[in-house]
Ligand binder design. Structure first.
Ligand SMILES: N[C@@H](CCC(=O)N[C@@H](CS)C(=O)NCC(=O)O)C(=O)O
Length: 335
């Protein structure tokens, strides 16, 4: 095991170097993975939900009257209403023979790009195994020439770069998929680019905004990442301190003056893009919905994510996405 002082002196220059790395690199591996509170039922879809609304409304009016008709009627109404009240969204599972058999994701639990890929795998119920990479030694990906995560191995083929991974996987599992229109396709592409070029850059300055948020973030990273015992303690404090300073540099680099305002503005921009639709994809999430959801998932239950939901209109869409994506299809077994 490396000595704490060695680790402290290695992580700080590495993270600062990342800030000069010209892209969203190491900085983003410090982003957190918050707890997932996903619905497990996947039985209806948004049209059905709309068709059910008048019924549910009249039903709930009716249930008030049922009280006067007797306890049995009231109880029955409560049970039925409760079973419909958790609106969930159907998935579009790919044809069985097109689902890859052996999928392994090399990731950092807190990395937004990795979470983007996971949102795709989870939504389409593609079973996968996870290898948590140690961000200091990266020994788990020594075999690869590509030195970032995510790396996705799909039936022996190495895929890299989150957006490329999703494009290739999408093509593999839906070779015949037709988009509803060129307009929809352009819109989806435009917002996926917005995620990669804008949204991800707003995240780090927010989760490392001050010392307590930086510590909150690193507490989660070290609790969920692949670190040895001494590494955990060193990385938590050294990493939080380093990223606090790095995030200030990132703010400058991406012309962000007020990080929270930038986060709220991004959330509002996304809700405006939805333009009243349940998802950007309409009745069901498209790749842009999955990308936005994926990169926000690690911060959702941190202070910044909670603030975002409290101060913007994004919460309802986010809850719909949690429900639509459902539980992770991650295989709990070891690779
Ligand atoms: N464009 C890439 C970016 C991937 C990326 O920057 N990943 C970070 C982790 S969030 C990374 O591996 N950085 C290099 C490092 O940790 O040394 C993608 O979308 O997958």
């Amino acid at each position: 095991m490396r000595r704490a002082s060695t680790l402290a002196s290695s992580i700080i220059p590495r993270t600062i170097a990342a800030a000069h790395d010209g892209g969203a690199t190491t900085v983003h591996n410090r982003i957190l993975q918050a707890a997932f509170f996903c619905s497990s039922s996947r039985i209806s879809f948004c049209n059905r939900r709309r068709w059910l609304s008048p019924f549910l409304n009249s039903f709930s009016n009716g249930s008030a009257r049922a009280v006067s008709l007797g306890v049995t009627g009231a109880l029955a109404s409560v049970v039925v209403a409760a079973s419909f009240s958790q609106a969930v969204y159907a998935k579009e599972p790919p044809a069985g023979e097109l689902v890859p058999k052996d999928v392994v994701l090399y990731q950092y639990e807190a990395c937004p790009f990795c979470n983007k890929v996971k949102a795709f795998l989870d939504y389409y119920d593609i079973p996968y195994k996870v290898v948590e990479v140690n961000p200091l030694s990266k020994k788990e990906i020594k075999w690869s020439d590509y030195k970032k995560v995510p790396i996705l191995m799909v039936d022996g083929e190495q895929l890299v770069d989150s957006s490329d991974i999703i494009d290739k996987l999408n093509q593999k599992i839906f070779p015949e998929k037709s988009v509803d229109s060129a307009l929809d396709e352009n819109e989806e592409r435009k917002w996926r680019r917005w995620v990669d070029n804008h949204l991800v850059h707003v995240l780090s300055p927010n989760i490392y905004r001050n010392t307590s948020e930086a510590l909150e973030s690193f507490d989660y990273i070290t609790s969920n990442g692949n670190f040895g015992f001494t590494e955990k303690i060193t990385v938590k404090y050294a990493g939080a301190a380093a990223m606090y300073f790095v995030s200030k540099k990132l703010k400058k680099k991406y012309n962000i003056t007020d990080e929270r305002a930038a986060l709220y503005e991004a959330a509002e921009t996304w809700v405006d893009a939805l333009n009243g639709r349940e998802f950007l994809g309409g009745c069901k999430p498209n790749l842009a919905d999955l990308a936005v959801f994926g990169v926000l998932r690690p911060i959702r239950y941190l202070r910044s994510g909670r603030d975002m939901v409290e101060h913007t209109r994004i919460g309802e869409w986010y809850s719909r996405m949690e429900s639509a994506v459902g539980e992770s299809s991650k295989d709990q077994g070891l690779v």
